[in-house]
Design a protein around this ligand. Structure first.
Ligand code: WTA
Length: 642
């Protein structure tokens, strides 16, 4: 589809940057970085201003990433304290529970006080600067409070999405050696309770490092508290002081670890630091959403993902925004829920994921149309490529052809948004992530690393560092270098494929590595495979992505059972349950295809390209199969595809 939506004059007039403004700022960000970043970092309150801009290199000899490294600041003080004088009584969080009758309003002053009490409690439980605190909470204000409390005392938070299983949680606690876990009795999603505390108890059977668990009472379900280890937050809160000076942190001190999936091995602990990350979150939130004081902003992501870190917690709060935080799901109690919330809080800016839009689109326009939505003025999309059909629906039905859509491409590794159209600057092309953010230099290369110019398609690299870039993989700096900087020497390789059209617009085409994107959640095929082979009846497994109408991609698993095990629907169900238990419901395989054998090369390498084709039901052209050890295996798989 080649529709183009030009920038209406009123957007250009009201936005922070118009087309000329974008061009000029982009030029300065590359040609005069010192002056450009001096201005952008002035969004923050620094305790000690920086003098060293950046010392970053993607080359092996002097590899390292550093920004503003001699400056000092505190992230929580930037998100809270500095707003108190002018907007202490402004609402920071408009919380709505899964149950629509549950609502809370929290001002910046109240949030500041909560964070101070929480920080003092963490300290009392033994948290210190540089130590890790694992946070396993539902979408409740305490999630933001806990994160900011860590930032206040310099502890490093590691948020684990509440949908991950006890096993997955245990692995993440162990990897970063957390001594403290923050959780809740439970969370609510779509009317069902998620037993978070019980999951923590199970996880802690494997983790001896943890000596304190802080439990937020939320759903009121009964939980067991281990004597001496577990503490209720409401009891601690009652005795904690509301005075907690913020720790002076160096710009390069770690702020958080967030685990994410890659093409190989266990999930990696992506590490972000303080000054560069916060500058990047603040700057992108400002320009991309064009946020103005007084407006209501809503990012529907969970804090368990990077979008929730940068665009629920840090970006909006550092900019003093008023935002909606929502615990529930888009289709509960009914398919209007999102738009009812928009009307209730008069939301101006809404940021969501294509998977939710596709699911809602299927239910018909009436659910949207019966709501007013006239408060909306800007829409955003994130997490996966948005197909033009969903884009047009978002534009026409949700936004009433009035609201620009910012399709923001970025990654856990990039900290915050890297490419997007800006609302007052760029004509919109449905499905295009459009243009780079300030300071971002994208490059497309072919499989051999040769740089591709002009209108083309290739692998997306970024050639120079930006302030929000991840600094390392927790505990494994070598893996950081190997994963991102060796495929194409001297460049950061994103793992994404990308097209550039004749107008210079970038279009992300999806992952080109063994990562799949299920409902906007990143999943390593290797992770699902290792969960499957951990099952006693499984000899071998290979997992690939398959197209899925709602989820974008689904999980297609080829499984070879041990000799003597008969294939049956029972085993199929058992394996699905097993993967949910090992990783979590987001990793639920959509298809289990029993394979007597997997297609391999003579050297024993599984030919995933062929498995992908079969999963996509596109078997007319399997490409080169001459290296297959046994071509008969492929015929069997095609014949047994359901
Ligand atoms: C994909 C989420 C197309 C991409 C912020 C990337 C997108 C991965 C977009 C990162 C978009 C994210 N258009 N693809 N607007 N946004 N992606 O780490 O494949 O959970 O590499 O970060 O999601 O997922 P992650």
């Amino acid at each position: 589809m080649s529709t183009i939506h030009p920038v209406p004059a009123e957007w250009a007039a009201r936005a922070y940057v118009d087309a000329a403004g974008y061009a000029e700022k982009y030029r300065r960000s590359i040609e005069e970085p010192e002056a450009f970043w001096r201005e952008e970092t002035a969004r923050l309150d620094w305790i000690k201003p920086w003098t060293r801009l950046s010392k970053s290199s993607f080359d092996e000899a002097d590899f390292g990433i550093e920004w503003f490294s001699d400056g000092t600041l505190n992230v929580a003080a930037n998100c809270l304290d500095r707003h108190l004088a002018e907007r202490g009584d402004t609402v920071a969080i408009l919380w709505e529970g899964d149950d629509p009758s549950q609502q809370r309003r929290i001002t910046y002053r109240e949030l500041h006080e909560e964070v101070c009490r929480f920080a003092n409690t963490l300290r009392r439980l033994g948290a210190k600067k540089g130590e890790r605190v694992t946070i396993y909470l539902p979408m409740i204000p305490e999630a933001a409070v806990a994160m900011l409390a860590c930032a206040r005392i310099g502890a490093i938070h590691s948020v684990v999405f509440g949908g991950f299983s006890p096993e997955a949680l245990a692995g993440r606690i162990q990897d970063c050696d957390s001594k403290i876990v923050v959780t809740a009795d439970g969370g609510m999603r779509g009317g069902k309770t998620v037993p978070l505390k019980a999951n923590v108890d199970e996880a802690l059977n494997h983790c001896t490092s943890v000596n304190a668990v802080l439990v937020v009472r939320h759903v009121g379900s009964s939980v067991t508290l281990a004597e001496g280890r577990d503490h209720w937050w409401h009891e601690e809160r009652a005795v904690a002081s509301a005075d907690c000076p913020a720790e002076e942190m160096s710009a390069e001190d770690p702020l958080f670890i967030l685990y994410t999936s890659g093409s190989t091995g266990k999930p990696k602990g992506v590490l972000h630091t303080t000054g560069g990350y916060l500058t990047w979150a603040a700057m992108t939130h400002h320009y991309v959403f064009d946020y103005r004081p007084g407006e209501v902003y809503w990012c529907a992501a969970d804090v368990g993902w990077v979008t929730g870190h940068s665009y629920v917690v840090y970006g909006p709060l550092v900019n003093g925004a008023t935002q909606v935080m929502f615990e529930g799901v888009p289709n509960y109690p009914d398919h209007s829920r999102f738009w009812q919330i928009v009307d209730r809080y008069q939301v101006n800016i809404f940021y969501g994921a294509p998977t939710a839009l596709r699911a809602l689109m299927r239910e018909g326009d009436e659910w949207v149309k019966k709501t007013d939505r006239s408060s909306l003025r800007l829409l955003g999309s994130v997490g996966e490529p948005i197909n033009p059909e969903a884009w047009e629906w978002y534009w026409r039905v949700v936004g009433d052809e009035r609201c620009p859509i910012v399709d923001t491409w970025w990654q856990t590794e990039t900290g915050a948004c890297m490419m997007t159209p800006l609302p007052g600057a760029h004509a919109l092309k449905p499905g295009a992530a459009a243009f780079p953010m300030f300071g971002v230099v994208p490059q497309l290369v072919d499989g051999d690393g040769a740089v591709l110019e002009g209108a083309t398609e290739g692998n997306l690299c970024i050639t120079q560092s930006w302030p929000g870039q991840m600094r390392t993989v927790w505990g494994d700096h070598e893996r950081f270098f190997q994963t991102y900087f060796t495929t194409y020497r001297g460049k950061y390789f994103t793992g994404d494929g990308c097209k550039r059209d004749a107008d210079g617009y970038y279009w992300i085409t999806g992952r080109v590595d063994d990562v799949i994107n299920v409902s906007g959640h990143r999943m390593g095929t290797a992770e699902v495979e290792s969960a499957l082979v951990a099952h006693a009846k499984v000899a071998e497994a290979a997992v690939v992505g398959m197209p899925h109408e709602i989820k974008g991609q689904g999980i297609y698993a080829y499984v070879t059972l041990n000799a003597g095990e008969a294939e049956s629907d029972e085993i199929r169900k058992e394996l699905v349950q097993w993967v949910r238990r090992e990783i979590g419901p987001i990793a639920t395989p959509d298809v289990i295809h029993f394979a007597p054998a997997l297609p391999k090369t003579r050297s024993g390498k599984i030919m995933r390209r062929i498995l992908r084709k079969i999963a996509e039901n596109d078997t007319s052209n399997l490409g080169d199969t001459s290296t297959l050890a046994d071509p008969g295996v492929v015929d069997t798989l095609i014949a047994t595809r359901g």
